[in-house]
Ligand binder design. Structure first.
Ligand code: ZN
Ligand code: ZN
Length: 177
């Protein structure tokens, strides 16, 4: 995904593009990307700077960590950084790109944002994807999907009052009484 700097207007350009996930090397365990990645940027050009602000969006297919059901997860990330134009190669070489600042040498015609776009999406992926905030997950005992059914394992087993008695009974059972 490349921005052609020579095509940008003097003040402000709305730059939109979409690319297939494979085109930008979008791969991540547990997430499948089947929709295009959409990039929408507002690029402001001032003297020796390009200020880039915008949004990236796509859809990831994944599985809920609670109920294990597959679901589609919309991914939207805001991005923004400044591209500083340096006088020449030497000046450019002195500066290291950071997350907020990129440096290019004067006369550069292209800006490859592929890595930036891919990384922004990966950063935006949840560590524990959940299908909905109300997901009830699976029953720890019988494995029933509690979003779809209620199982009969629901009897409380951790009622503190019966704990000591249960312990005695368990001991008796072990001793075969
Ligand atoms: Zn779920
Ligand atoms: Zn159950």
């Amino acid at each position: 995904m490349v921005i052609d700097l020579t095509e940008l207007k003097q003040r402000e350009t709305i730059w939109k593009k979409q690319a297939g996930p494979e085109e930008i090397g979008l791969q991540f365990p547990d997430f499948a990307f089947t929709e295009p990645v959409k990039v929408s940027l507002r690029i402001t050009h001032a003297e020796t700077q390009f200020v880039i602000r915008g949004q990236i969006s796509t859809i990831a297919n994944t599985n809920c960590v609670k109920c294990l059901a597959p679901f589609t997860l919309p991914v939207t990330e805001d991005i923004g950084w400044v591209v500083q134009v340096m006088e020449d190669v030497q000046a450019r070489l002195k500066e290291e790109d950071t997350e907020d600042y990129w440096f290019i040498e004067k006369g550069s015609a292209q800006l490859d944002i592929t890595d930036r776009v891919r990384e922004s999406i990966l950063v935006g992926l949840p560590y524990h994807p959940v299908c909905t905030s109300e997901c009830r997950g699976l029953c720890a005992r019988c494995g029933a999907n509690l979003n779809e059914e209620t199982c009969t394992c629901d009897t409380p087993t951790t009622d503190g009052r019966w704990g000591p008695l249960k312990e005695i009974m368990d001991k008796q059972l072990r001793r075969g009484e």
